[in-house]
Design a protein around this ligand. Structure first.
Ligand SMILES: Nc1ncnc2c1ncn2[C@@H]1O[C@H](COP(=O)(O)OP(=O)(O)O)[C@@H](O)[C@H]1O
Ligand SMILES: [Mg+2]
Length: 329
């Protein structure tokens, strides 16, 4: 439904989006995850035809957004970071106004407006001025204007930013309801968002895609190779050599300190639990086993390892979130 190919955007000498490619299937909810300044908004503005690209191609429902902008825009609903509301218009008047601009046939406008206000749960505020609404309601009215022409594709830029926890849950429910009948791309810099709402995740940092996968696959890959951390007291011993023979162990990295303590990381084969064998091997060597625990990376760790400079090129798995809410930036 959406194809982004080798997309780049430069602002003068600065490259904000750098050779980004991904596809979004019909009915899919795709999460576009990255820290502030990653290039999410820039990419979304290009997908929605609000800004030209420097390089690359984007198509929506088979229409090229550069050469067939009208056809592409007819099929796209866009909720920018700040909902484009007129403070002095009532919600109903505003949504009606957008319906007319977007070319909803005159005889359908009234029913479409009521329908969309019901869907986005703003009907009880229909006569309220947009400027008087809470942040959560403003966001929903923003969603209503994006939905009014029943587009195939919805592009939502940080739809839950600035909402309180209750509003965030409501917004997620709404987005989940919209998936299926719409293809949705939403951006966020908050990790739990993607696993709770999205079918697939594109992680972007400094304009580059660093990982693409489903939350489920990312979790599976995360569980696949288990890393254990051990603290061993073994003065003068070659701890790595002593543990690398344990059946199922694929890698051992040991840092021996002067006091005889070794900090050891051990990777094992997929799905194989080597904790008992490792503990036995340590004891068998006559060493002291002070600590043994899994080093499973949290989503935050993975995200950091993917988005910090020294992470190299390795694409590490990301995972659905533990139920912690990242702090707002
Ligand atoms: N109009 C602009 N002119 C120059 N630089 C810009 C402009 N818009 C965005 N940028 C820069 O491009 C980078 C990506 O910005 P943006 O797409 O807004 O990121 P995100 O939405 O992921 O926070 C940032 O470093 C930002 O400062
Ligand atoms: Mg942004």
């Amino acid at each position: 439904m959406i194809e982004v190919q080798h997309l780049s955007k430069r602002y003068g000498p600065f490259t904000a989006v750098d050779d980004v490619s991904f596809n979004v299937g019909a009915g899919e909810i795709l999460g576009f995850l990255g820290p502030n300044g990653a290039g999410k908004t820039t990419t979304m503005r290009i997908i929605t035809g609000y800004m030209p690209a420097t390089d690359g191609a984007v198509s929506v429902a088979g229409y090229d957004v550069f050469s067939q902008p009208i056809e592409a825009k007819k099929r796209t609903g866009y909720l920018p970071e700040t909902p484009p509301l007129y403070p002095d218009m009532t919600v109903r008047d505003y949504v009606t106004f957008v319906a007319r601009i977007k070319g909803v046939p005159a005889r359908e406008v009234k029913s479409r407006v009521e329908d969309v206000m019901r869907k986005t749960h703003v009907a009880d505020m229909a006569s309220r001025h947009c400027g008087k609404l809470s942040k959560g309601y403003k966001q929903r009215v923003g969603l209503a204007q994006a939905l009014i022409h029943n587009p195939d594709v919805l592009v939502l830029d940080e739809p839950t930013a600035g909402l309180d926890p209750k509003q965030i849950i409501e917004a997620r429910q709404l987005i989940t309801e919209l998936g299926g009948s719409h293809t949705v791309v939403l951006s966020t810099h908050i990790l739990p968002e993607v696993s709770q709402t999205c079918h697939r995740v594109v992680i972007i940092n400094k304009g580059k895609v660093v990982a693409v996968d489903t939350p489920a696959n990312l979790t599976a890959r995360l569980r696949g190779s288990e890393t254990l951390y051990l603290q061993v007291h073994a003065p003068g011993a070659d701890v790595a050599a002593g543990l690398s023979h344990v059946a199922g162990v694929t890698r051992v990295k040991a840092d021996l300190h002067d006091n005889g303590l070794a900090a050891v990381e051990v990777d094992s084969e997929q799905g194989r639990d080597v904790r008992r064998e490792l503990a036995a091997a340590v004891v068998h060597q006559g060493w002291g086993l002070l600590e043994l625990r899994p080093m499973r990376m949290s989503l935050e760790d993975i995200f950091l390892s993917l988005t910090t400079e020294d992470a190299g090129d390795a694409v590490e798995p990301a995972a659905p979130a533990p139920a912690t809410e990242a702090a707002d930036a």
